[in-house]
Design a protein around this ligand. Structure first.
Ligand SMILES: [Ca+2]
Ligand SMILES: [Ca+2]
Length: 390
């Protein structure tokens, strides 16, 4: 007889999210059994409420790959649960009862329940649904199949539930992917539906590869190595649209912005063309395969390159000096830039500013002493002091 996870008095199988995590510590089986009728009473009202508000499963929305993903996650979580419970409940045993019970924990029902309780997030409907419906399979594997079929994924998801295929196979009958299950699509692409019961097995090739088995190279790539089962496509030089090798001399056709010159494709210098490539205020910067227009320096009225050294002429406020347009210091000119009384000249790049000197403020277009300066009266005159001296 197969050992049962639940005694006849236990409630029907519940999704993990409805279970109460009451059995984190091992309890003798007699105590456990007597717990359940009480738990049933405790759990029933919230359970009925949850069933009433729980969303119904959408039977049509799930794709053919979804059950496999759910199953795969369950198996992953099962392995995590195994690892998490591996050392649990060992080392602390200090009574004879514990020693005896814990030594059997490794393959116990208690450990299985702990693992199953941690398989799904509480809000993962598909996961909880699958665990609820297929829990007896997990129990069967745990108690009877584990030794003969150590690969839980293969036994549970592929052979028992038939929602997945082994890696390198696809579709309802788990057919081999193009190029074989060992290396689908010759290692240069993904086999559609690989590992699931869905898909059509067609190869989606990696960048640079094409063909049913992803053995051929797309334009812009050349075959750098190939035999019957392997193929390597390498990207062409940027000068080539098509090529037979890595250099710009191996181009079949030149890429846009490149032109055939003698035996190779070379960059077209768009900036050397007679018609200016950029509008006024910008200079042309050539680069491989293209060009760009860059703004002239602020000191330039038209330019042929970067900086104040490459101006065609200078903008107002600047003047040619030692081969570049430099700011004119208006404040240092013989003719006074700020002629008003108590005004001071401040030089700025490309211009200058007139402002009232310290202690003065602008009032009605003139610089007048600030009130603070006026409030300091000159009290002690020479007359009074001389009076005191007397
Ligand atoms: Ca260019
Ligand atoms: Ca200036």
């Amino acid at each position: 007889m197969m050992p049962r996870l639940r005694s006849p008095g236990h409630p029907p199988s519940l999704p993990a999210r409805f279970r109460c995590p009451v059995r984190t510590m091992p309890v003798p089986s007699s105590q456990r059994q007597s717990l359940w009728p009480r738990l049933q009473l405790l759990l029933l009202p919230p359970l009925l409420f949850l069933l009433a508000v729980a969303p119904l499963p959408s039977s049509s929305s799930s794709t053919s790959h979804k059950p496999c993903t759910v199953c795969r996650n369950i198996v992953d979580q099962f392995h995590k649960g195994l690892a998490n419970t591996e050392k649990k409940n060992f080392g602390g045993g200090n009574t004879a009862w514990e020693e005896k019970t814990l030594s059997k924990y490794e393959s116990s029902e208690i450990r299985l329940v702990e693992i199953i309780e941690s398989l799904c997030e509480s809000d993962a409907f598909e996961c909880n649904n699958m665990v609820e419906n297929q829990e007896e399979h997990l129990e069967n594997w745990w108690f009877k199949q584990k030794k003969r079929h150590p690969d839980l994924f293969r036994w549970f998801c592929v052979d028992t539930l038939r929602v997945c295929c082994l890696s390198g196979t696809y579709g309802p009958d788990c057919l081999e992917c193009p190029g074989g299950a060992e290396q689908p699509c010759r290692g240069n692409g993904y086999c559609n539906g690989d590992g699931s019961r869905g898909g059509d097995g067609k190869c989606a090739c990696h960048l640079g590869y094409t063909g049913a088995l992803c053995m051929d190279c797309v334009d812009g790539y050349f075959s750098s190595w190939r035999n019957d089962t392997h193929s390597v496509c390498t990207v062409c030089h940027q000068a080539c649209k098509t090529c037979t090798g890595p250099s710009p001399k191996d181009c079949g056709e030149c890429e846009l912005g490149w032109a055939q010159q003698e035996d190779a494709c070379v960059d077209v210098d768009e900036c050397a063309a007679e018609a200016p490539a950029c509008e006024e205020g910008f200079y042309c910067l050539n680069n491989n395969g293209s060009f760009s227009c860059q703004a002239c320096d602020a000191s330039c009225a038209g330019c042929v390159g970067e900086g104040p050294e490459h101006c065609k002429s200078c903008t107002a406020g600047y003047a040619q000096e030692a081969g570049a347009c430099r700011d004119i210091d208006e404040c240092a000119q013989p003719e006074e830039a700020c002629p008003q009384e108590h005004q001071k000249c401040f030089n700025t790049p490309g211009s200058f500013v007139c402002a009232c000197a310290q202690g003065f403020q602008e009032t009605d277009g003139a610089c007048v002493p600030t009130p603070e300066t006026q409030e300091e009266p000159q009290e002690a005159g020479p007359a009074s002091s001389s009076h005191e001296d007397l």
